[in-house]
Design a protein around this ligand. Sequence first.
Ligand code: BGC
Length: 892
Amino acid sequence: MMDQYLSIIKNNDINPIDLKTEYLVNPLAVDVNEPRFQWTLVATDPLKHNLSQKAYQILVSNDEQSLAKNVGNLWDTGKVVSDQTNHIHYKGKTLNAGQRAYWKVKVWDQEDKESTFSTVAYWGNALINWTAQWIGAPVGTQKNALKNIDEIDAQLVKSKPALMPVLYLRKHFTCEPTIKTAILYATAQGAYEVLLNGKPVADDRMSPGWTDYHNTIQYQAYDVTELLGKDNALGVILGTGWFSSYVGYRHQFQLYGSNQTALLELHIEYHNNEKIVIKSDNTWKVNTGPIIYSDILMGELYYQSRDIGQWSSPAYDDKSWLPVIIKPIDPKVKLVTERSQPVRVTQEISPKTRREIKPGVWVFDFEQNMVGLVKLHVPANSKSTRIQLRHAEALEKDGNVYVKNLRSALAIDTYVLDGNHTKAQDFEPHFTYHGFRYIEITGFPGEPQLTNIVGRVVHSDTPITGQLETSSPLVNRLHDNILWGQKSNFFSVPTDSPQRDERLGFLGDGEIFVHTASYNADVSAFFSKWMRDVREAQSSAGGFSNVAPRACNVVDGAPAWGDAGVIVPYTMYRQYGDLKMIEDNWEAMNKWMNYIGSQNPNYIWTKRLNNNYGDWLQVNANTPKEVLSTAYYGYDALLMSRLAAASNRTEDAKKYTELHQNIANAFNKAFVNSTDGHIKGETQTVYLLALAFEMLPEKLRPLAANNLAENIKAHNWHLTTGFIGVGYLCPVLTQFGHNDVAYRLLLQNTYPSWGYSIANNATTIWERWDGWTKEKGFQDPSMNSFNHYSLGSVGRWLFQSMAGIDTGSQRNEVGFKHILIRPNPGQGLTYVNASYKSINGRIDSSWHTSDKKFTLKINIPVNTRATVDLSFAGKLYEVGSGIYDYNNCDLD
Ligand code: BGC
């Protein structure tokens, strides 16, 4: 039997793995009509070359047993001759609400040899018709719970009306022991966690995630089959979340409402196919408990004396609890399935040092700026005490935590212990998160040890796809810092900062970083979700916003901010070959183009500039705003022409190509010297945008690129760009023949540079080049985050140009099906090892140099082809899958 199995494995060359549905691993609720399937292929023998998929067969069944017998009772594609492995739309029978479908795939290799079937994947159809009701607490319940708290806390909650006690909701029920499946659908106007019989149903945090709750609320689906017994209790911990916490700046709170409510349906199916539904309705009970508040920006306050014991166990006596109030579902508010990976704890970090800076005041250093929370381990038999944790990114000169840059975010977690516990206990907050490297702890019983504290890293759990290591410690640290910036700010939406009172989904930051982000992690689902937020935030006039969800900063989008509405879908199309992105966003993108075009008939974008931030946080430079805006308008038109062509919109492709040309003409006329290529403003950014966005006639490009290089030289090989120019610096320099200058900037370590922050112990990307300088110390604390990713948008160049991993060189070669390997070695680096797990499989590129010789080793995934472009050595190759070595190419 075993031998027979081995011979199957040996006989065919490729096998399908990593099955996903709508970009996710086994999502339990999907509300797209024809969910898309994807897999990647691995070679049975990694040393073989030119392997590809000639055909596939997908089977979809409504139960695993049929599928095990190779019956696809919902869909059987038969053998489809195709090399497609992703974006394959399900075209089988329509699923019922909540129905689960199991699927698997087998493939035929280039010689028509058949693989075995893959492992089984599944997805669940959306719930569709909700019949539950929103449940919450009667008016006054939370206010009452604020009585009799310590004076110091009373003062605080009086001054901050959004600080509200967390609610506990429960329902006792019984069911038969013959359960086949049990799926819980849940959501909240607030943030929630569900327990079933005392156990958390999942490990997600801050669910349902952030959307514009006025219009759209995501719901989660959890498989709780294993947690159910005969006698059961469902328990919900319900906090304020983005719905009613302090959010953004200017002390804004309760943006979507003041009463938190939850909505749940537990669908249980017995083996005899009978179904029952336990749902949120007026039979539930509600209470407050030990969490006096748990606010996104302010932190959590916990009174152990108010512990309510095993409140979510079936046997718990809830007689003293109040009946919930109910509210019907508002049909105007869309309930949608969770589109992306949830926020989760992804890693734990122990503090490295501790110091008692004043009697009883300890400062712990994690030696890594991060996002998340701290878990506190309190020893047994501790006296009653008030332990307070303050979070900070930096230290003052005297060793105190530097918290001024948090602005109004308190970022304080407080545990008031009752002193009645003979066992050690762990505490961590629920519905808050902090950006921090240091914590200050006071009130700890005895001396806090390093082992009393663990930092838990929390963010949207997008799978990491990029690995990069080089001979330069500076570049390695830079890559780490960029990745930490991404982890810290991809928190349900791509935020600007994780620590201060802002944390908003800024479009400018998002568009400049999205390409880098897509190398670091699989952000296909994450940006599919965010683009829904972006569309929803579009004004009726067609203006994309500055932030999405549109909250706090409510004006329409500025140049380079609003344009994210076009740039993000384009980048998703480019990196993942996602045509649906184009369809989903086409109308909104068109509206945006008209929004600008209708008011700027002369093609120079001077109207509808909204907040107009220019090249935000540039240094020693002043990029004229109309040059920047017009270049972006041109870029939008260019991308629209490509997206139109990709989606067979021939007329539109023509229209937008012409528009790009018209804008470019106007740009040249207004801002460019047609003899020497000098551009108005004479900043690095004007050259970068003009070159990157194809605004200049061909003959002027080398001249403009020289002007750019001269400008950098005149700044003694330093950059002057802000958020916007920075993303194009190294890519444009390399593309236009100044790769040496790109390396100079990369490895620069005096101010302003990436290296300067690293030389000054940065473990994340700073918001500003001068966040801290030797001469001036900290920048103005009113805007000085140490964890903003925008200036880290050079990350894309590290993979794309330094390591040389890019999608094909032709416009339509998107999604890494045809790969371009074009490494650009440079002075100061002797080796690079990189890999990128693309949607079409993992690509490896490693190079090293010695004695003017260059050696490259690459691994091209099955079912793809690559152009290997070593033009600096006069070499060009076309290859299929497999491992290739190019040894000792001449560097000069
Ligand atoms: C944010 C940014 C944002 C900028 C301009 C700042 O306060 O932190 O990252 O892009 O405002 O709107």
